[in-house]
Write a protein that binds this ligand. Structure first.
Ligand SMILES: [Zn+2]
Length: 394
């Protein structure tokens, strides 16, 4: 059982349960439960999976490796963060990004003229290091390389929502870096999930287990003697026309006595259960709409190819809305195995280009990646019948 990761309270109230199709290594657990802490009102998930399983999962995941073909959208967002950093820091600042993934932000900081950059990610292989305009080291939260200790600014973009143990994160932050270290944090904004539904329950997923409000994020840092320099609410566009609400915040550690006292006496942040309940209600209505749509569309289909093995697909499989016995094959360009095991039988994982040899109906089991998949189908001139799920606003 997971205690509140912010205040350690064991008093928690269950808000929502999601069934997930357990399919290692994509999903490690068969359910996600969303709780509200009854002391500090923080909202978090419990998947009954331990940190070590998550560490293995992220370490073996190949989706975050370096690449040189960043999309316009990735570069646009990275440049916005560079603009924020420009407000407070000089080009000489020693900057470390933890969990830097494909390192788009590091490339953009280097292009802007920042000279002292270091990227840390569990997926890095030390053989890549020489060709980059920044240092890149393998490492993860709880086991950071010693070389990061000189940093003046440490960046965590879309990291904190993944962490099982926020206390470990905070202890490491305080012990590893200087007593006046500055921090930039970006996380999804749980108070606005309800206004950004692109897929039902997309934010109650296996990977995102901490659901911050701006006040909860500030409380977490201020209580640990970080002063809030700026907090803003924005949205990002990871896939064209699909938006995610985010909180961006700068903090600076301030370990003097007066500040320690203020930090210890901070009141708990306001509750945001109401916004989460509204999100769950809207998601459920949308999920039921998708369920009746699929039931109707699959009535006369015996065998199908499912395209997109993401969070929504795992939920549709868990609820048996996509009947496993009808699945001929699964396609997912991000997943690099050749078979998955469903219903005690091996199901082929086909690459998009392999579909040329098969004329089964294709069900696109994602709403978020629907447009890029349709483009791929058109580029390959596939003649299969294609079923696309309704969008939230349809
Ligand atoms: Zn709490």
């Amino acid at each position: 059982m997971r205690d509140c990761p912010i205040c350690n309270s064991q008093r928690r109230e269950l808000l929502n349960t999601q069934k997930i199709f357990k399919l290692p290594p994509i999903s490690l657990s068969d359910q996600i439960q969303i709780y509200e802490c009854q002391s500090c009102h923080f909202i978090f998930s419990d998947t009954l999976v331990e940190q070590s399983a998550y560490d293995n999962y992220y370490q073996s995941s190949t989706k975050y490796l370096f690449k040189n073909d960043f999309s316009e959208l990735e570069i646009k967002r990275a440049k916005q963060i560079v603009d924020l950093i420009d407000k407070y820091f000089s080009l000489e600042t020693r900057i470390v990004e933890i969990g830097s993934g494909s390192a788009c932000l590091m490339f953009c900081l280097a292009a802007r003229g920042y000279k002292n950059l270091m990227a840390v990610d569990p997926s890095y292989d030390s053989s890549d290091i020489d060709k980059l305009p920044f240092k890149a080291l393998p490492g993860l939260i709880g086991n950071l390389p010693k070389a990061v200790a000189d940093a003046e600014l440490v960046i965590y973009v879309h990291v904190l929502e993944h962490l099982f143990d926020l206390k470990l994160f905070m202890n490491e932050l305080k012990q590893t870096f200087s007593s006046n270290i500055a921090v930039y944090i970006e996380v999804p904004d749980a108070t606005r999930y309800c206004d950004y539904i692109e897929s039902p329950f997309q934010d109650f997923n296996f990977e995102h287990i901490n659901h911050f409000s701006p006040e909860a994020l500030q409380f977490f840092f201020e209580r640990n003697c970080f002063k809030n320099l700026e907090t803003s609410q924005d949205n990002i566009e990871p896939v064209k026309q699909k938006f995610v609400p985010v909180i961006s915040a700068f903090f600076q550690r301030f370990a003097n006595k007066d500040f320690l006292k203020i930090a210890a006496d901070l009141p708990y942040p306001v509750a945001y259960k109401k916004e989460i309940d509204l999100y769950a209600k809207r998601s459920l209505e949308y999920f039921i709409r998708i369920k009746s749509f699929i039931n109707k569309e699959l009535l006369n289909v015996d065998q199908l190819i499912v395209w997109g093995l993401g969070q929504l697909c795992l939920k549709l499989l868990a609820e048996d809305i996509i009947p496993q016995e009808k699945i001929f094959a699964i396609t997912d360009s991000a997943f690099n195995s050749s078979v998955v095991r469903l219903l005690n039988k091996n199901i082929n994982l086909l690459k998009p280009c392999d579909l040329i040899n098969h004329d089964h109906t294709i069900l696109i089991a994602t709403t978020i990646s629907q447009v890029p998949i349709l483009k791929c189908i058109s580029d390959l001139s596939l003649k299969n019948k294609v079923i696309t799920l309704p969008n939230y606003l349809d």
